[in-house]
Ligand binder design. Structure first.
Ligand code: TYM
Length: 338
């Protein structure tokens, strides 16, 4: 395992739905590059997932599937701490404390809460409302200086920073803050991949419409079909203009993020030739980018004992760091030491 003297990054994904190209380009792909420079903690946030009803057997299976995909995407358990949130009790314990330092008004402004409560009108539970507090606890427990996420998590990160600074002002000192105030780490391209059929809406792993997303485990011919049928527009020009041309701009982001090509070079290569060649290149780039992930996935997923071992080790390592923060928090609050 990497040494603790390096700065820490932490991130997580909710085990809900199926992992999409958006999760890959906005998050996972970028996580893989970080372990030389940082000590990396990556979780499956199963406690967040139950803010929406889950089938227990499906949830369990999906956690293993997502873990296998983390590894297949290149996260080596020998150099990254991979764990499940519910295995580290400090998350729930710090979340309670931070609930007492977060205002109702702050939480009611969160766009994810507004979206999800509109979609689940029969289950607007308190967990859904205080979700960002648990997320703040996830991050602050590890004293993470940076949090690699897609753009949709920026608002939650801002709240985390506000809560951390509030707590530090009350209980810390400039020499010894209780929490590291984290910075979001958002990739320059791929931070907001849009739905293929409704490109003004984010690509989402829990979208009911199959053709809106590329899933990491989609067959190559399915990927190709989805991308070739992606909604574009009538003007036949390849240029980046997200408001005016959301479909084409989204495909440009996908091509740029999967190949490393700049927008300018994409325009030079494909503008003025209709969308056929451009879409074919985009489909091929996605298929090639996911090929090694898919090849590795089944081998990893079949080794259930191996996956369980990784989670046990991960929870043990994560707990060491998380418990130290929680202990300090309890101390500054005046709780009697355990
Ligand atoms: P979640 O599970 O919705 O998404 C996981 C990661 O994928 C990114 N992402 C996208 N990036 C680009 N384009 C998209 N269409 C797209 N969709 C999703 C997200 O930004 C995220 O980085 N609340 C978080 C999970 C969480 C967390 C944390 C993250 C809980 N605790 C602590 C970081 C640190 C969430 O629901 O992500």
């Amino acid at each position: 395992m990497a040494t603790e003297s390096k700065p820490v990054v932490l991130s997580g994904i909710q085990p809900s739905g199926r992992l999409t190209l958006g999760n890959y380009l906005g998050a996972l792909k970028n996580w893989v590059k970080l372990n030389e420079q940082f000590t990396c903690y990556y979780m499956l946030v199963d406690m967040h997932a139950i803010t929406v009803r889950q089938d227990p057997a499906v949830l369990r299976d999906r956690c293993y599937e997502f873990l296998a995909l983390y590894i297949a995407c290149g996260l080596d358990p020998a150099s990254n701490v991979l764990f499940v949130q519910s295995h580290v009790p400090a998350h729930a314990r710090l979340a309670w404390v931070l609930n007492c330092y977060t205002q109702m008004g702050e939480l009611s402004r969160m766009t994810q809460f507004k979206d999800k409560s509109q979609k689940n009108t029969d289950n607007i539970n308190a967990g859904l409302f205080s979700y960002p507090v648990l997320m703040a606890a996830d991050i602050l427990l590890y004293q993470a200086g940076a949090v690699p996420v897609g753009e949709d998590q920026k608002q939650h990160l801002e709240l985390t920073r506000d809560v951390a600074m509030r707590f530090n002002n009350l209980y810390g000192s400039p020499e010894r803050p209780v929490f590291t105030v984290p910075e979001p780490m958002i990739p320059p391209v791929g931070a907001r991949i849009m739905s293929l059929q409704e490109p003004t809406k984010k690509m989402s792993k829990s979208d009911a419409a199959e053709t809106n997303a590329v899933y990491l485990l989609d067959d190559p011919d399915v990927i190709t079909r989805k991308i070739k049928r992606a909604v574009t527009d009538m003007d036949n020009s390849v240029r980046y203009a997200p408001t005016e041309k959301p479909g084409v701009s989204n495909l440009m982001s996908i091509l740029a993020a999967t190949t490393g090509q700049s927008f300018d070079s994409i325009v030079t290569q494909y503008d003025g030739q209709g969308y056929g060649k451009f879409k074919a290149a985009c489909a091929e780039a996605v298929v090639e980018c996911l090929r090694p992930v898919q090849a590795r996935y089944h081998e990893v997923r079949d080794d259930l004992d191996g996956l369980r071992r990784i989670l046990r080790d991960g929870a043990e390592q994560a707990s060491l760091r998380a418990d130290a923060t929680l202990k300090h928090v309890h101390e500054v609050l005046g709780f009697i030491p355990e």
